[in-house]
Write a protein that binds this ligand. Structure first.
Ligand SMILES: [Zn+2]
Length: 172
């Protein structure tokens, strides 16, 4: 997604992922995070993906939401040109994960990604939030909070992906 985002805003991927603090780049970077967030990534996952602190991702996304609310010209313009990227991630999130190479690895040559898919109706109560527990002999029906979704009607999937070097091939 970063590649498409980068093309649309006209700022190189490396700049978006960098720590540069010019206003234009900061805005693009934080809008990119908002798009990731709206695509189902948690604050923690976005922080990990971008080598940032959870708190700075939280603050940045809050800042962008605030600027969109007051219709800041620059931020609204970039967001309107890139928000369709949210939609495409959502449809992927519903069923399939497309693996793309992560751009940031830690010093040990490893990268970790976490995806949270939070759109599934509970299969036990079929999205009702409660289940019927009365038997045929009971005079009164009894409903009980669904033990699977705990009344939230939804279940989520947390998918963790660990990237590392391939096995080293030994010479024959
Ligand atoms: Zn349920």
């Amino acid at each position: 997604m970063i590649t498409e985002f980068s093309k649309i805003v006209g700022i190189p991927e490396s700049e978006i992922l960098s720590n540069r603090r010019t206003k234009e780049i900061v805005n693009a970077r934080q809008i990119y995070w908002l798009i990731l967030y709206k695509s189902g990534y948690s604050y923690t996952a976005i922080a990990r993906l971008n080598n940032k602190y959870h708190s700075s991702v939280l603050t940045s996304i809050g800042r962008i939401k605030g600027l969109l609310e007051i219709k800041d010209f620059d931020v609204t313009d970039i967001y309107n040109r890139t928000k369709h990227l949210i939609q495409s991630s959502m449809s992927i999130a519903n069923s399939t994960i497309t693996l793309t190479r992560p751009s940031l690895f830690n010093a040990e040559g490893k990268a970790h990604e976490e995806f949270i898919f939070d759109h599934f109706d509970c299969p036990r109560c079929n999205g009702l939030g409660y289940i019927h527990v009365g038997s045929y002999n009971d005079i009164e029906d009894k409903d009980s909070t669904c033990p699977i979704c705990r009344g939230t009607k939804k279940i989520k999937a947390i998918v963790n992906i660990d990237w590392s070097a391939s096995e080293i091939k030994k010479a024959p």
